[in-house]
Design a protein around this ligand. Sequence first.
Ligand SMILES: Cc1ncc(COP(=O)(O)O)c(C=O)c1O
Length: 359
Amino acid sequence: MPIYKATTFAYPKIDADIEYDYSRSGNPTRKALEDQLASLENGTAAFAFSSGMAAIHAALAIFKQGDHIIVGKQIYGGTYRLLYQFFKQWGLEISAVDTRNLTAIESAIKANTKAIYFEPITNPLLQVSSIKKIADLVHQYNLLTIVDNTFLSPYLLKPLDYGADIVIHSATKYLSGHSDVSAGAIIVKDQELAQKVYFIQNAIGSILSPEDCNELMRGIKTLSVRLDRQIENTLAIFNFLKNLPEVDHIYYPGHPEQEGYEELHQEAKAAGSVLSFELNSAVDPVAFVNKLKIFTLAVSLGAVESLVELPSKMSHAELNSEEQLKAGIKPGLIRISVGIEDQNDLIADLKEALNQAKK
Ligand SMILES: Cc1ncc(COP(=O)(O)O)c(C=O)c1O
């Protein structure tokens, strides 16, 4: 598919039946990507945005003042900020629940509740919620099920197959895969929902550029190969970490001994390549992350490069220490996103940094 950089398209004549007239409203390169995303997620329509947050904004903009939505307690911080510091002031009511608890979800439903929004694997504690169980429950109340599938990608999980109505991606992560494209996506099955999302995409205009659509399509070509390798590396790191006396706990539902494994594998092929672990008091967590050489100290996830972050000082630094502990984020919690490097090098890097960071 060529990169159609044109912002406007010539009309052959007045009243001609043309597919494209203006690039914000429709662009052939974006359409090729959107068709690909729809097909990957077993949807019927997809919409590409300039970032994951732009996609989340568009999905939530289909609601109106006075509507209530239930959201997962551990959703991505940027989504939390968008909900509580933006949509709330426009009159959206929000309740946060632990979406692993169906009773809590049901108790939160009110007469004006319109949807539930959650991440099937949360960040950074990798808690697993079942899409099917949640969708089956909330559909009895005519609510929409909105799933942020960023942490798994359509290669590992297709939420629409389990009853989700709207799937969202920060395509900045696994889908692009190389930390060089900011992008977002919404995928739906239902035509009425597709029309609502298209209206918002065109009205607000936070579209993905043709160049970035092309880069994203190139990234998607290697999605499965990258992920297979990333998962293999993550499992090797899990096996290394689980025997270490300095590691108190590992959060990774990708191994049968781990919490969430059974639930996750009812719907997903694997758990992806984000893993968190708690270092105990024998190691200085700040020194540990500073000493790593192959793991880059950076937020984000899902790309070919391995990254490490310290949630208490980086992604969750907005919370005070009491709020962090309440959210399960201890000072020694480390989150890694495992890339495609040689697993022996990655393990050697972890080993070396641990030795150097011992108190
Ligand atoms: C689960 C999840 N959803 C959405 C986003 C937002 O995506 P973006 O950074 O592309 O706007 C992120 C970003 O980290 C994320 O982790």
